[in-house]
Design a protein around this ligand. Structure first.
Ligand SMILES: NC(=O)c1ccc[n+]([C@@H]2O[C@H](COP(=O)([O-])OP(=O)(O)OC[C@H]3O[C@@H](n4cnc5c(N)ncnc54)[C@H](OP(=O)(O)O)[C@@H]3O)[C@@H](O)[C@H]2O)c1
Length: 246
């Protein structure tokens, strides 16, 4: 049987690392990307030792267009196959509309929206080719949005707007590409217990945040769907009396 292959951005820790581990355990070969190569290499080596899977590492900054293009090219050169593209790298920003600096707004939109858009467009030829070779399963894209992309939160206007735009982007992509066997799913969780959510620990205990492994379970489930199914967006809420709050 042909070995399935995934490319994961923001894969060195947090949600991306949990997804990488789950996919490695499910038998995927992987390209892992993040900015800092030593952490990425150390994690890749752990995965190789623990799961026996083939892991390729590409250090790249998703705020830089050249790096995004280089990542797509490096993955294709290594594997010539892409069953699952996981657009997970993202940065947060908290601040009111009155106060947030435009420099921060631009970085958030460069990493959270522009880079996924470009990486998808650069990866589509390989995704389509892989979908053609596996018509039952097709090829998938999964993108980490956020519940703040579905329902607004104070202080998170720039971040929420970038995540809402991602949901729209993948809805359109489904209209354009699902007929070619390439389907996209946004996953929109509330607070997940990672470094990114640490600033909220004063208000929400880590044990009340979602475990990253729950997001990884959803990615694996989506990856197993047939090419006939399209799941545009999955909202993952935290337990308690605030269903539509991060
Ligand atoms: N944690 C939450 O509460 C939560 C909730 C909803 C949605 N999300 C979304 O889930 C995704 C993952 O979040 P997380 O909580 O796992 O974040 P995290 O713990 O901060 O990890 C972020 C990952 O992305 C990489 N990264 C950061 N900036 C990058 C850049 N400019 N270029 C390339 N890689 C970059 C980091 O590695 P390097 O630092 O080495 O680059 C790291 O591997 C994000 O898109 C986030 O918006 C998170």
């Amino acid at each position: 049987m042909t070995k399935r292959v995934a490319l994961i951005t923001g894969a060195s820790r947090g949600i991306g690392a949990a997804i990488a581990r789950a996919l490695a355990e499910d038998g995927y070969s992987l390209t892992l990307s993040a900015r800092h190569e030593p952490e990425l290499q150390a994690f890749a080596q752990t995965l190789r030792e623990q799961t026996g899977t083939d892991v390729h590492v590409v250090a790249a900054n998703m705020a830089h267009e050249d790096d995004v293009r280089r990542l797509a090219t490096a993955h294709a050169g290594e594997f010539d196959r892409l069953d699952l593209l996981v657009l997970n790298a993202g940065v947060g920003a908290s601040g009111t509309v009155a106060e947030l600096l435009m420099k921060r707004f631009d970085l958030v939109h460069a990493v959270n929206l522009r880079a996924p858009y470009l990486l998808v467009s650069q990866s589509l030829p390989l995704l389509r080719k892989t979908a053609t070779s596996d018509p039952q399963r097709g090829a998938k894209i999964v993108a980490l949005s956020s519940i703040t992309g579905v329902v607004s939160e104070p202080q998170l206007a720039a971040y929420g707007a970038s995540k809402a735009a991602l949901i729209s982007l993948y809805e359109t992509l489904n209209l354009e590409e699902s007929g070619n066997g390439v389907a996209a799913t946004a996953i929109s969780p509330g607070y997940v217990d990672t470094d990114m959510a640490a600033w909220q620990e004063e208000h929400i205990s880590r044990s009340d945040m979602l475990p990253a492994s729950d997001v990884a379970e959803l990615v694996v489930a989506v990856s197993r769907l047939s090419s006939r199914a399209v799941v545009p967006n999955i909202v993952l809420s935290r337990r308690g009396d605030q269903l539509w709050r991060a």
